[in-house]
Design a protein around this ligand. Structure first.
Ligand code: SME
Length: 165
């Protein structure tokens, strides 16, 4: 059974470290890439608060296709020329967007989203997808979270064979 022990007493960084520990537990006990990505999305949604969506888009034939996620049903396909996800994949850089309504080409999958962070998933110089988090709060995401979410993706990269997805 999944339990979040003592999380309410943790500060921001302790929670992010804990999230990495939970991910390591998942990845080291299961080899299936789809199961691992599904629980990776669920761990983020369980640990980080004030989120309305957390999940993955996977690169398929030059566009991003919806992968495992937690939240409302979302856009199935995103071109690299559009949205925050497309920008992260095309630029290969984390996009920390305090107000999505000011981001040119932002795609409103869930009307509740007001801020967003997207981390590109890059292994051996190939972009395999993105990790996308949305919040109903403006200016929700911090540089510290960006740093730890990049570590989260590094850990996924260590265990996941993206070609299996
Ligand atoms: N807002 C994203 C689209 C994906 S959803 O937020 C789940 C974007 O602009 O790329």
């Amino acid at each position: 059974m999944f339990k979040l022990d003592g999380i309410e007493k943790m500060n921001e960084e302790q929670k992010l470290v804990y999230m990495l520990i939970l991910l390591e537990g998942q990845l080291s006990s299961e080899r299936d890439a789809l199961a691992n990505l599904s629980n990776a999305a669920a761990i983020i949604k369980a640990v980080m608060n004030r989120l309305n969506w957390a999940g993955f888009y996977i690169m398929r034939n030059g566009e991003l296709v919806l992968g495992p996620f937690q939240g409302l049903p979302a856009c199935n396909r995103i071109k690299l020329s559009s949205g925050v996800c497309g920008a992260a994949a095309a630029s290969r850089k984390t996009q920390l967007v305090p107000n999505v309504h000011e981001f040119p080409g932002h795609i409103a999958c869930d009307g509740a989203s007001n801020s967003e962070i997207v981390i590109p998933i890059i292994k051996d110089e190939i972009v395999y997808g993105v990790l996308d988090l949305d919040s109903p709060e403006f200016n929700r995401f911090t540089e510290l979270e960006a740093k730890y979410l990049e570590k989260y993706v590094e850990k996924l990269n260590k265990y996941i064979d993206w070609k299996e997805i």
